[in-house]
Design a protein around this ligand. Structure first.
Ligand code: ATP
Ligand code: MG
Length: 377
């Protein structure tokens, strides 16, 4: 089976690694250069979207900010999964919010802003504090503003007006500020036959808007809520593949923050912690194969490696510690790789995270250090 992935980053790379044992071969299409590249070596193996499509049995995507003309050509081929609608939904917060409402899924109160008058109405409707997010193109907390005080209104509007004017179709989505206790996400897969398999929830720690630590958790009540919302969204989209839902946990009630129509950073722990990892399950789904078990096999956390291209060698000698590099050039704050860390019995994972804090740099891995500080308190 030949699968073409739109996007040539780490997610295509990890799909390639997961697909190999099943004889599923991945080619990655770099949307910017229009080159077809090998997802592991980045070697150019062809050029042009039409060539890429002709060579593929199935097409999928590793990101949602894909130009719509490219999506249209892929859709026409009849080979594209999940659906181009799902990708567009994940790439535009206006469509995303409308989808959540129509699927009957709880989400933060919101208002769409195109003009200064809309901003005033949003303040009326949503209230202060509020979070303002660009409808298109935001990721890792970029393209966002926090309105905490009326004094900020003019300054924030000046920046938002510039953002709206920069692109024809841009707008801002104002959301009520949700006083969440923690953030969790649910990654799961839906097959071509409509079957759904979800992983255990992950609890996520963000540092400056970027995911830094993600841990699989066991919470029967939250898991049931999350699975119901996942199924509602996936069914509504007639989704095929892996889908992620990010939630705010407000005292035991989940609200959907956003969806990602793809494999997700908060699902990387499944490579070592679940019977079938998210990358394999995505490929199984889009190739029309049965989904693999999403069962937790051991307690696992994922630590993102941001802006670093080397780690202390001791890590490789630690039991239950797995390093995944993405082969990328070092840049400040860039997602360069991740570490999965596993515990075989209750309490072992926490002990290992503390042991990692002893060897990992405090500046580069603040969430691990914070965890260790809280744990040993
Ligand atoms: P990514 O795609 O990397 O997940 P993003 O840029 O799409 O991030 P969001 O997930 O919407 O943006 O927001 C980033 C973070 O900002 C959230 O993980 C959460 O910590 C915080 N945040 C977002 N919306 C709200 C809200 N309405 N109330 C409180 N905090 C929020
Ligand atoms: Mg997010």
């Amino acid at each position: 089976m030949q699968v073409l992935v739109l996007g040539a980053g780490q997610l295509a790379r990890m799909m390639s690694l997961a697909g190999a044992p099943l004889n599923i071969e991945i080619a990655a299409y770099d949307v910017g250069s229009e080159n077809i590249v090998h997802p592991l070596t980045q070697a150019v193996i062809g050029h042009g979207l039409n060539n890429a499509i002709a060579q593929a049995d199935v097409i999928t995507a590793e990101f949602e900010h894909i130009p719509h003309d490219i999506l249209a050509v892929c859709e026409q081929s009849g080979k594209f999964f999940p659906t181009t609608e799902a990708i567009k939904t994940g790439g535009d917060r206006r469509i995303e919010k409308a989808l959540l409402d129509s699927a009957g899924v709880r989400n933060a109160n919101y208002f769409v802003i195109n003009t200064r008058e809309d901003f005033d109405n949003a303040i009326e409707h949503v209230g202060i504090p509020m979070v303002l997010k660009s409808a298109l193109g935001g990721y890792d907390g970029k393209g966002q503003w926090r309105l905490k005080d009326r004094h900020q209104i003019d300054a924030i509007w000046a920046e938002m007006a510039q953002c709206i004017a920069a692109t024809d179709t841009q707008a801002i989505v104002a959301e009520e500020f949700v006083p969440f206790k923690r953030e969790v996400s649910l990654v799961g897969a839906r097959g071509t036959d409509g079957s759904v398999a979800v992983y255990p929830l992950a609890e996520n720690v963000h540092t400056n808007g970027v995911l830094t630590l993600s841990t699989a958790i066991a919470d029967t009540e939250l898991q049931a809520q999350a699975k119901e919302m996942f199924t509602a969204v996936a069914d509504k989209l007639d989704y095929v593949g892996v889908l992620a839902l990010e939630f705010f946990d407000v005292d035991g009630t989940l609200l959907v923050n956003e969806i990602a129509p793809r494999v997700h950073n908060s699902g990387h722990w499944t490579q070592q912690g679940a019977e079938t990892c998210q990358f394999e399950n995505h490929l199984r789904a889009v190739c029309g194969l049965p989904l693999g078990s999403t069962k937790l096999i051991r307690e696992t956390s994922m630590i993102n490696i941001l802006g670093e291209d080397s780690l202390p060698c001791e890590l490789l000698a630690m039991d239950g510690v797995y390093i995944h590099w993405y082969g990328k050039e070092k840049r400040t704050g860039r997602k360069m790789g991740h570490i999965n860390v596993c515990g075989d019995y209750s309490g072992e994972l926490q002990r290992k995270l503390c042991a990692l804090a002893d060897v990992l740099d405090k500046e580069a891995f603040p969430a691990v250090h914070q965890f260790a500080a809280n744990f040993t308190k």
